[in-house]
Design a protein around this ligand. Structure first.
Ligand code: HPA
Ligand code: ZN
Length: 336
């Protein structure tokens, strides 16, 4: 089925075999030396443990061509899954000691353009901040750079990393600059922290969408606000299970979010780190929650609607989705 993906991290999408290759090329010693060891390394005991592994992965990116390689592979994989368009988060400040912001962007754009031509799928870039970065003032440099490159592939500005102890309010001035420049705010919130963090993302950062946001359910007033304003939540079910946000897929609050009338999209977050893909996310939710074709199609269309694409692009994608879903319907009928 056709899909878009609105919440997926570039560094968290590096395939295990590519990570091993990059570590070797750049003389980085990882605690895992084979695909099997990487699989084991990707079992997370806590969110902080996940972040530690994430930074170790980032340390394997040391040259512009490393970015080219992972972007090209990323889009190839999205195309294989019939993901027509992706909004891709990356964390430029994490790499800046090794590759400058401009070099990162040039390399990403070079591979993006090549892969877009070759595979016929597209992507937009969402640089984000690790919310535990200090001094916080350094984040002003990141946002100013992102604003300068709005015509150059950058479509939004994010906030990720450990939510506990690092509330959105720390980055008020940074996101005020983004807002002034009409650069949409796409912060993570309501993942390992509760409603206060989501309120902060909305009121202080002017979030256009919330990354995760699943813990909004702890505050009925927040649920009402999110429903009335139809603020989209980028939901990633397997990520939530792997990081202890939900204790199992069966107990994930996705059905409750939907029955509350919230605007939900389905995402893979860091697919190889959680041993998943976007295709598998849709299969898992359909099976676990017994969602029918109409619900699945609606969730896929929500992705188009919640994206940052211009209106006419959304219209084009929506009719393409309608056409492909209708063909799928015929194919399924033909099999009966
Ligand atoms: N939350 C916060 N930061 C992240 C995540 C996440 O799920 N994935 C990659 N960075
Ligand atoms: Zn994320």
């Amino acid at each position: 089925m056709p899909k878009v993906e609105l919440h997926v991290h570039l560094e968290g999408s590096i395939l295990p075999e590519t990570l091993l290759l990059l570590a070797k090329k750049n003389n980085v010693t990882l605690p895992a030396k084979s695909i099997e060891e990487i699989r084991k390394w990707y079992r997370f005991s806590s969110f902080d443990h996940f972040v530690e592994v994430y930074f170790a992965i980032c340390s394997c990116l040391r040259a512009p061509e490393d970015f080219e390689l992972i972007v090209f592979e990323f889009l190839k994989n999205q195309a294989r899954q019939n993901i027509k368009y992706s909004e891709v988060i990356f964390t430029p400040f994490t790499h800046v000691k090794r590759v400058s912001f401009d070099e990162q962007l040039a390399a990403i754009n070079k591979a993006r353009e090549k892969a877009e031509k070759e595979y016929g799928v597209t992507m937009g870039l969402v640089p984000d901040l690790a919310r535990n970065m200090r001094p916080v003032e350094e984040s002003l440099k990141v946002v100013d750079w992102a604003i300068k490159n709005m015509g150059n592939g950058i479509i939004g500005f994010g906030l990720g990393g450990p939510e506990t102890g690092n509330p959105p309010e720390l980055f008020a001035e940074t996101f005020a600059r983004a807002k002034n420049a009409n650069l949409p705010a796409l912060p993570h919130a309501g993942e390992t922290e509760g409603a206060d963090s989501v309120w902060g993302a909305i009121k202080t950062l002017s979030a256009k969408r919330i990354g995760h946001g699943v813990r909004c359910l702890e505050d009925p007033g927040l649920v009402k606000f999110l429903r009335e304003n139809q603020i989209p939540l980028d939901v990633s079910v397997t990520s939530n299970v792997c990081l202890g946000v939900a204790d199992s897929i069966e107990n994930h609050p996705l059905p409750e979010l939907l029955s509350e009338g919230l605007f939900v999209t389905i995402n893979s977050d860091d697919p190889p780190m959680f041993n998943t893909t976007l295709t598998e996310e849709y299969l898992k939710i359909a099976k676990t929650f017994d969602f029918g074709k109409e619900t699945i199609k609606q969730l896929a269309l929500n992705g188009v609607k919640a994206s940052l694409l211009p209106g006419e692009e959304k219209l084009k994608l929506t009719s393409l989705f309608e056409k492909e879903f209708a063909e799928l319907g015929k194919e399924l009928l033909g099999r009966n």
